[in-house]
Design a protein around this ligand. Structure first.
Ligand code: HEC
Length: 133
């Protein structure tokens, strides 16, 4: 019985430590991402991610954020042509922002993906590296 309790405690503290390490990493990444966002993205997507009329699509509650590979690709390669975001059609041009490093792109996307009501899992620099081909 004592052994079982001991094992359970070990298991939970281990899981808790792992969860809070993830949480820290995400928060630190978002913090770095915030200023990258205001320098590189907010002029089009607006400071609180709501976009601008029919010209620039929103990032707040955007249904594209679920597809992390796709949005990494948007930042690396840019995006143009007709796209539908939250049932609205856009047909404009976003330039590639591939002068940003893998870490900067993961930071800015973590900020976007976890602000203004968004909640998505951590994106790492390795994820970005894998898409930069
Ligand atoms: C010059 C304006 C401009 C800048 C700067 C810009 N974007 Fe965009 N972005 C756009 C436009 C326009 C589209 C839609 C393109 C289309 O219509 O095909 C878009 C689409 C997107 C999308 C996919 C659609 C959506 O709304 O979810 C994401 C994600 C995105 N941008 C993220 C970013 C991030 C992150 C940055 C900064 C690192 C950034 N953008 C900088 C104009 C911009």
């Amino acid at each position: 019985m004592i052994n079982k309790t001991f094992l359970l405690v070990l298991l939970f503290t281990g899981a808790y430590r792992m969860a809070s390490a993830q949480e820290n990493t995400l928060q630190q990444s978002m913090k770095r991402g915030e200023s990258l966002y205001s320098t590189n993205c907010s002029s089009c997507h607006m400071p609180t991610g709501e976009g601008l009329g029919g010209a620039f699509p929103p990032l707040a509650l955007s249904n594209w954020l679920k597809n992390q590979k796709k949005i990494i690709g948007v930042v690396l390669k840019g995006l143009e042509g007709e796209v539908t975001i939250n049932d609205e059609v856009y047909n404009a041009v976003m330039p590639a922002l591939n002068h940003l490093t893998d870490r900067e792109i993961s930071d800015v996307l973590n900020f976007v993906s976890n602000s203004w009501g968004n909640k998505q899992p951590l994106i790492t620099p390795e994820h970005v590296k894998a898409e930069r081909k």
